[in-house]
Design a protein around this ligand. Structure first.
Ligand SMILES: [Zn+2]
Length: 258
């Protein structure tokens, strides 16, 4: 019975992973998400349902289009797989369906933002606004046992300060160095994070994000394959830091306050 449950959860995860792929591919191009079947970006042939089965089709077709043999990015496979696996992990770690659904929704949006920002350096508003909506809504749930801040006042203050902090950084960089340090998409994402964790999470998450950004950029700066003015996506680092904060934020603050 247990195995059957796990398998079902994995399967639902795969379907959502497949949906996430569609969003990652179509949202930056402003195509409608819900309508129209996918087609091959190269030969434009419609992808049949039997070539669109999560994980399986990719393996059977060996990552190529059935018609024109164009390579299909392994990203599709990867996103489906990790969504399925994360669904199982979240299923095992949450003890009610409400938390299960909430965390999974956040996860899906995180994944979509992560891959879109990594590739296109943008975060579509619809994703940030959905997160902000969830961040505010979770304050009104009857079950409050996740590592979030469940205080509406804290959510609103956290959201506002999150947005303003990045806005000020953008403003100062523009004024002083005439550089686009970050985008307003990052500011809105930080606002969303503030609604989930409250005001005190902002400095720590920004600090972690900057450290990760530095670690990733540093090798290419040293090798001079990139200069300081090159654009880097900051959204993925905010997301990774937020996940870290979810598990360890309180512990770190306990240590800092001793
Ligand atoms: Zn094709």
């Amino acid at each position: 019975m247990f195995t059957f449950e796990i398998f079902t959860v994995f399967f639902i995860g795969l379907i959502f992973g497949s949906f996430a792929n569609v969003c990652i591919f179509r949202l930056p191009k402003d195509k409608t998400i819900f309508f129209g079947r996918s087609n091959c970006p190269k030969c434009k042939k419609k992808i049949s349902w039997y070539d669109n089965i999560p994980l399986l089709s990719f393996i059977l077709l060996r990552g190529k289009c059935r018609h024109c043999n164009t390579k299909i990015s392994a990203n599709y496979f990867f996103v489906e797989l990790i969504t399925g696996v994360f669904f199982i992990v979240i299923y095992l770690f949450t003890n009610n369906y409400f938390d299960f659904v909430l965390i999974n929704l956040i996860l899906i949006i995180f994944l979509i933002i992560f891959f879109i920002d990594l590739k296109h350096f943008i975060i579509p508003d619809i994703l940030n606004f959905s997160l902000i909506f969830l961040g505010l809504l979770k304050n009104f749930t009857p079950i409050k046992n996740l590592n979030f801040n469940y205080d509406i006042e804290q959510s609103i203050i956290g959201g506002a300060v999150g947005y303003l902090t990045i806005w000020i950084i953008i403003f100062l960089y523009k004024k002083l160095k005439n550089l686009d340090a970050m985008g307003l998409g990052d500011a809105k994402l930080m606002a969303a994070i503030g609604t989930f964790f409250g005001l005190k999470s902002i400095p720590l998450i920004l600090f972690f994000s900057s450290i990760i950004a530095l670690l990733i950029v540093l090798p290419s700066l040293i090798n001079k394959t990139r200069n300081l003015k090159a654009e880097i996506p900051f959204g993925p680092y905010i997301l990774i830091s937020s996940c870290f904060y979810y598990f360890y934020g309180d512990k770190i603050y306990q240590i800092l306050l001793i």
